[in-house]
Design a binder for this molecule. Structure first.
Ligand SMILES: [Zn+2]
Length: 117
C-alpha cells in the first residue's frame, strides 16, 4: 500500500481511537452516576443493575474495538498495514474504507466467522 493511503487510514484510526477513549471515559462516568442514583426501591434497583450491565458490555465492546484499532496503528508503523494477518494478501480497499482496523481480508474473515481460521 502506498504511503499516502496508509496516512489516510492512520488518520481515520487515530480519530476512532480518540472517539473510543472519549466513550470509555463517558461510560465509566455513567456507571458511577448510576451507582450514586441508586435507591432502595426494588424496581429502581433492577433498572439500575440493568443499566450497569449494559454500560459494562458496552465498554467491553469499546475495549475490544480499541484493541483492534491499536493493533492496526501498530501495523501502520511496521509497514504491514493493509495486509491480511492470516494470508498476507492485501485487504480489499472497500473493506478498509468501511473498517480501517480490519485484520483479515474478506475471504479470511468469512472463514473466521465460520470458525475455520
Ligand atoms: Zn486473508
Amino acid at each position: 500500500m502506498d504511503k499516502k493511503k496508509v496516512e489516510y487510514y492512520k488518520k481515520r484510526l487515530l480519530a476512532k481511537e480518540a472517539e473510543l477513549l472519549r466513550l470509555a471515559t463517558k461510560s465509566e462516568q455513567d456507571g458511577r452516576e448510576a451507582d450514586e442514583e441508586a435507591t432502595q426501591d426494588i424496581a429502581d434497583k433492577a433498572a439500575n443493575s440493568y443499566t450497569k450491565e449494559f454500560l459494562f458490555h458496552q465498554s467491553d465492546e469499546h475495549r475490544r474495538l480499541l484493541q483492534l484499532v491499536n493493533e492496526a496503528l501498530e501495523r501502520t508503523k511496521e509497514g504491514t498495514y493493509g495486509q491480511c494477518v492470516a494470508c498476507g494478501e492485501e485487504v480489499q480497499q472497500k473493506r478498509l474504507e468501511a473498517v480501517p482496523w480490519a485484520r483479515h481480508c474478506i475471504e479470511c474473515q468469512e472463514k473466521q466467522d465460520k470458525g475455520l481460521l
